[in-house]
Design a protein around this ligand. Structure first.
Ligand code: GDD
Ligand code: MG
Length: 369
């Protein structure tokens, strides 16, 4: 079987982290997110993965190569964004027979082989994976009849217009004939055009409900949550490095001062240095080549590679992009996001979802609450 992964979006809700790195390549416990998707292929008898690219396309092949974990990877680029269905149509020549489609920013423990059995047992043209969420407003809401047939597809409704909390989990099984319903070389959406139209036309579209682990990492809150979920084992996945004590994974060349403490669950990348008196209180994910200054404390946060944090900082519930510098006595908290290459001088306090754009320099004590 083959799968097409949609990875062409700009990841605007995750700016500034996505200005230089497409969302599906952002690091998750120090691995590009798409590695988890390739692993899902391997677990579920998918031999070939086709990436439907648009935004920053060249970075995908650099990160993943032509095959990974025994899964062949092909890259198909669209010059102008074609939307979700248009992006898959553009990959028509690369698929044969029944195939899977994945949103490239979703992590899930779903059993795809069982979903395929369900698809075949129903004689479906399309099967959508459905997952329960508390608040369906950010997703495609999908009510079913008693036989599991989709009766409507409502993308990003208001609460009043959401008939159920079962939403489109961003994994589809599609019969190839359906591709004929999508126009070539023009923007076309699964969620706003194809699915509602197919349902209205009476096509056999089914929903496969599962309570397997599921997350869409498309916002800072969810992207951070995904780190915590992998570290705590809510989503089972390989964490890179050696597990030096239960729940603490450390890569090569890491230096942790004797006077520093690391509490599980935590992952620390290659060559990172943790200075005296620093406290890493899990869940935390620290990239490669970082420096964590003396007496700094970090909890519920994810730092990308090459981040330098000065002494006596507090980093809590924060995301810090690649190669940024945070000087001494700063607080970065409450889902603040520091973009790649930014530098935050001493004595700043970033809170309440503040975002610092790439390479921006914030002067000493400029931001306080
Ligand atoms: N090739 C290509 N071209 N890919 C695209 C394009 C495009 O024009 N636009 C978006 N994508 C990719 C994104 O990179 C992402 O991996 C995936 O398609 C979904 O886009 P998002 O922007 O993340 O959509 P969403 O999260 O708001 O909503 C979608 O996912 C939800 C579940 O995670 C919808 O499918 C919802 O119905 C669904 O509930
Ligand atoms: Mg998404």
């Amino acid at each position: 079987m083959k799968a097409v992964a949609l990875v062409g979006g700009q990841g605007t809700r995750l700016r500034p982290l996505t200005f230089r790195t497409p969302k599906p390549l952002l690091p998750l416990v120090n691995r590009p997110l798409l590695e988890f998707v390739v692993e899902r292929c391997k677990r579920n008898e998918i031999s070939d993965l086709v990436l439907s690219t648009n935004y920053l396309p060249d970075l995908f092949r650099v990160a993943l190569g032509d095959s990974l974990f025994g899964v062949e990877i092909e890259y198909i680029h669209e010059l102008d964004a074609l939307g979700t269905a248009g992006g898959v149509k553009n990959c028509e020549g690369a698929v044969d027979g029944t195939f899977y489609v994945f949103n490239g920013d979703v992590l899930t423990g779903l059993d795809l082989v069982r979903m395929l059995e369900f698809h075949r047992s129903k004689g479906a043209a399309v099967t959508l994976y459905l997952t329960p969420v508390e608040d369906p407003r950010a997703y495609g809401v999908v009510p079913l009849d008693d036989d599991g047939r989709v009766t409507a597809f409502i993308e990003k409704p208001s609460l009043a217009d959401a008939p159920t909390n079962m939403i489109n989990g961003g994994v589809y099984i599609i019969e190839p004939e359906i591709l004929a319903e999508i126009p070539r070389d023009e923007p076309y959406s699964f969620e706003r055009q194809l699915f509602p139209d197919l349902v209205a036309g009476g096509a056999p579209i089914y929903g496969y409900e599962s309570d397997a682990y599921w997350i869409d990492i498309g916002t800072p809150e969810k992207y951070l949550q995904a780190h915590l979920d992998v570290l705590t084992g809510a989503l089972q996945a390989e964490i890179p490095g050696e597990e030096i004590t239960p729940g603490v994974w450390v890569a090569g060349g890491v230096e942790i001062d004797e006077g520093a403490s690391v509490t599980a669950p935590a992952v620390i990348g290659d060559g990172t240095r943790v200075e005296a008196g620093a406290r890493l209180e899990g869940p935390v994910s620290i990239g490669a080549g970082c420096v964590i200054g003396a007496n700094t404390s970090i909890t519920r946060s994810a730092l990308a590679d090459g981040v330098e944090i000065g002494r006596s900082c507090t980093i809590e519930n924060a995301l810090i992009g690649e190669a940024s510098v945070v000087e001494q006595e700063c607080t970065i908290a409450e889902l603040a996001v520091v973009g790649p290459g930014a530098s935050i001088s001493e004595g700043n306090e970033l809170r309440r979802g503040m975002r610092v754009w790439p390479d921006v320099e914030v002067g000493p004590s400029s931001i306080q609450f």
